[in-house]
Design a protein around this ligand. Structure first.
Ligand code: NAD
Ligand code: TYD
Length: 351
């Protein structure tokens, strides 16, 4: 069936993997990648598919409601997969307004545009909202997991803004009958992640012999999933997820930060031909993040049992691939950290 799918945030880390998967797997879908190209969005992530006939890029801000109406009309948008967001917890602690604006008001602007253009006839339309496990708050060091029925209890301005956006999406289902689906995923890792997040930042620092700033004692636990497996889950949930439902996506792959950092050090040192343990002295304990959530862990059995999704990669394999990608793509890292690409695309697409 022909669809015109608006993917927001497609120039970001997870978005580019979702765009690539859909463009390549579904030649009969037109994929409209809408992105504001903030510091986190980078069209260089998509050069391999940018000339495909079923791919279009639109530079726009999801908060611009009139522009969203125009985009829906111009491209006859049939469905939305919404990933655009401000996504870094540390930035949200410094600048919560931007997070409320993009994550809450931006989501609302898209929902309202979809509602007006689809004229509340949702049979052929779907609004898929991509969210995070951080809305559930934090777990203790025990064997509990976040399930789809865990109460929302966000702690950071980032997770509070994502929780608010999830509530708005659900409200559009409950109030107007919109065909929505939401997924809440654990921490992603893999190629094209902006090097402010733990894994790319630390791989880059190890390579350059720079200190590795470990927050607190490095005891916090995260559940890590290879980004391509998240994109596969989004494909399945988009096509087969039940209207109004939530699906948790996770790797059953919990790591204490300090243990994960040692795995990265080992992999980077090995790939650079350095002796084992060479970079361990880069570990530097720094002041803890304010309100630092202790532990996240996802129960993704519903997704497995109902829709048959499972992670395809073992973590050891995923981390080797990830380290290899960042070591082989130093130019990409240098470009995104220097801000050169921002100037370039501003010139190309205007403001
Ligand atoms: P990212 O920060 O790498 O990318 C976000 C993208 O959104 C960028 O391309 C950016 O330019 C774009 N964007 C930001 N503000 C915009 C606006 N106002 N209008 C249009 N585009 C805008 O984020 P990511 O890690 O790829 O995360 C994507 C989504 O997945 C987010 O909604 C995030 O909450 C969610 N998520 C992320 C993770 C993770 O581990 N990274 C885990 C679970 C869920
Ligand atoms: P991050 O990649 O920012 O993801 P999130 O905060 O969404 O989980 O951080 C992952 C974990 O690593 C988190 O517990 C914070 C910690 N961390 C550090 O210890 N040092 C750092 O420099 C960064 C960026 C994160």
């Amino acid at each position: 069936m022909k669809k015109n799918i608006l993917i927001t945030g497609g120039a970001g880390f997870i978005g580019n993997h979702v765009v690539r998967l859909f463009v390549q797997k579904y030649p009969n879908y037109r994929i409209i990648n809408l992105d504001k190209l903030t510091y986190a969005g980078n069209l260089a992530n998509l050069t391999d598919i940018e000339n495909e006939p079923n791919y279009v890029f639109v530079k726009a801000d999801i908060c611009d409601f009139e522009k969203m109406l125009e985009v829906f009309k111009t491209y006859g948008v049939t469905d939305v997969i919404h990933l655009a967001a401000e996504s870094h917890v540390d930035r949200s602690i410094k600048d919560p307004f931007t997070f409320a604006q993009t994550n809450v008001m931006g989501t609302l602007s898209l929902l309202q545009a979809a509602k007006e253009l689809w004229k509340e006839d949702y049979k052929k339309h779907r609004f898929y909202h991509v969210s995070t496990d951080e809305v559930y708050g934090a777990l203790e060091f025990d064997d509990t997991l976040f399930t789809e029925t865990t109460s929302y209890d966000p702690h950071s301005p980032y997770s509070a803004s994502k929780a608010a956006s999830d509530h708005f999406v659900r409200a559009f289902h409950d109030t107007y009958g919109m065909n929505i689906v939401i997924s809440n995923c654990s921490n992603n890792y893999g190629p094209y992640q902006f090097p402010e997040k733990l894994i790319p930042l630390f791989i880059n620092n190890i390579r350059h012999g720079k200190p590795l700033p470990v927050y607190g004692k490095g005891e916090n636990v995260r559940d890590w999933l290879y980004v391509v497996d998240h994109a596969r889950a989004i494909d399945i949930i988009f096509h087969e997820g039940k209207t109004g439902d939530t699906y948790n996506v996770g790797g059953f792959n919990e790591w204490k930060n300090l243990d994960l950092i040692k795995v990265m050090i080992k992999a980077v040192d090995k790939q650079l031909g350095k002796p084992e343990g060479h970079s361990l002295n880069l570990i530097t304990f720094v002041t803890d993040r304010a309100g630092h959530d202790l532990r996240y862990a996802i129960d993704s059995r519903k997704l497995k049992n109902e829709l048959g999704w499972e992670p395809s990669l073992q973590f050891e394999e995923g981390i080797e691939l990830t380290v290899k990608w960042y070591l082989e793509n130093q130019d990409w890292l240098d470009n995104v950290t220097s801000g050169e690409y921002e100037k370039y695309y501003e010139k190309m697409y205007g403001e």
